[in-house]
Design a protein around this ligand. Structure first.
Ligand SMILES: Cc1cc2nc3c(=O)[nH]c(=O)nc-3n(C[C@H](O)[C@H](O)[C@H](O)COP(=O)(O)O)c2cc1C
Ligand SMILES: O=C(O)C(=O)c1ccccc1
Length: 389
């Protein structure tokens, strides 16, 4: 993508000459409230919600906020290049859209709109296994955009194999295997609203269209949709899996494999030993283990343990360009962002997701420039101070 990402800032100012303000706020932390007004408490509760009393989601923010950037001056930052090497490819910027299931609760165009936005802005889109739209259809919407597939590693080997084959045939290059959700956690907001979209069949599109999944049903999906949903609930994840099981994925996927949900440095070492290519340091946006370590606090230790062997990615709590900067300084090669783009989608479809990406990248570019960096590669722990207010 040509030009400085900060050009978006000038575009907004220039539009302001005719009195035109942006359709959505440029402070992305304001989107949740707006989308709640638009869509009501059910869908937003599901997306915004987290595990337990919300302590992990709060800790994710606190761990980023606690770290402060120490800017450097007079370092010639007039020309900047945001590109980074990730999993053997050059990406235009250190940002990807995290896998978020059931996106049709935000917007009818769901994953296809988000994927088109990612492709238009040149950032990878990670398609969730729990997509509302079959992967083949999303892949088609993406054109030549970078496609990564997130695997919920099903109990049923045939279903897993079939997903891998379909993802490969649909042009997905990297595989992110999510390990932190062998069960859905205790999420009071969903419990109190009795709101779980996939119990209504939302987010089951990849399964209901899958021949191996359908082979396990007594009756076709349309004849007994409730039985199909229960079959999905019973097999979409598998708490019995252990590290040696990764050999099956390694044998059945040619491209890079990244383990998502790693927080302990020893697990990161096990990932490297198992022949994996990367990890996402993540606590699922605080949605799984209440009371768990903040993702940003886990990041430096994981990066130190395996940074020379694996690609280290990061998510959970990224809301601004300076958060992206801080994650890089703590050892990540690139970040993923979840809820903000889901809200952008809910408010304005594809354009809303593009808005979120453009804001994050413009603000990140400006943060680089204003702290004395012309590229992400020079950002390091030396740029951060911890514990000052
Ligand atoms: C509504 C919602 C659905 C999600 N679905 C998935 C999923 O299907 N697979 C997955 O690996 N992670 C899923 N995640 C977790 C995200 O990939 C990511 O780890 C998290 O949202 C990052 O935190 P953030 O929202 O603070 O940016 C989901 C998150 C949300 C908010
Ligand atoms: O809600 C989630 O965090 C999530 O990962 C998920 C799991 C299953 C179906 C849809 C989303």
């Amino acid at each position: 993508m040509a030009g400085h990402r900060a050009d978006f800032q000038y575009e907004i100012y220039l539009n302001g000459m005719t009195g035109a303000v942006p359709r959505l706020p440029t402070d992305l932390t304001r989107l949740e409230e707006l989308v709640e007004r638009r869509l009501g408490p059910g869908p937003v509760g599901y997306v915004a919600g987290s595990a337990g009393s919300g302590s992990t989601a709060a800790a994710n923010r606190a761990a980023l906020d606690r770290r402060r950037i120490v800017p450097r001056m007079l370092r010639d930052v007039h020309q900047r290049d945001l590109s980074v090497e990730v999993l053997g490819r050059t990406l235009p910027a250190p940002l990807a859209l995290a896998p978020v299931g059931v996106l049709s609760i935000m917007h009818p165009d769901a994953e296809s709109a988000a994927a088109r936005a990612a492709a238009a802005q040149g950032v990878p889109f990670v398609l969730s296994s729990a997509s509302s739209t079959p992967m083949e259809q999303v892949a088609e919407a993406m054109g030549d955009g970078e496609r990564w597939f997130q695997l919920y590693w099903a109990k049923d080997r045939e279903v897993t194999k079939s997903f891998l084959d379909r993802a490969k045939a649909s042009g997905f290059t990297a595989l992110l295997v999510t390990l932190d959700t062998p069960l859905l956690a205790w999420r009071p907001r969903d419990l109190d609203q009795a709101y779980l979209p996939f119990l209504h069949g939302v987010g089951t599109a990849n399964y209901f269209t899958d021949p191996a999944f359908r082979a396990g049903l007594a009756k076709p999906v349309h004849e007994d949709p409730n039985a199909a949903v229960m079959h999905f609930v019973g097999m979409f994840a598998d708490p019995a899996k252990t590290w040696p099981d990764l050999a099956f994925l390694r044998e059945n996927w040619d491209g890079p494999i990244v383990l998502k949900g790693i927080l302990h440095p020893d697990d990161a070492r096990l990932a490297a030993d198992a022949g994996m290519d990367g990890v996402v340091v993540s606590n699922h946006g605080g949605r799984q283990v209440a009371g768990s370590i903040a993702a940003a606090d886990a990041l430096p230790r994981v990066a130190e343990a395996v940074g020379d062997r694996l690609t280290v990615l990061f998510d959970s709590g990224v809301r601004t360009g300076d958060d992206v900067f801080k994650a890089l300084a703590l050892g990540a090669r690139s970040v993923l962002v979840g809820r903000p783009y889901a809200y952008g989608l809910g408010l304005d479809g594809q354009a809303g997701v593009e808005h979120v990406i453009r804001c994050l990248l413009a603000e990140f570019d400006l943060t680089l420039a204003l702290t004395g960096h012309a590229a992400p590669g020079t950002v390091s722990g030396d740029d951060l101070e911890t514990g000052t207010a």
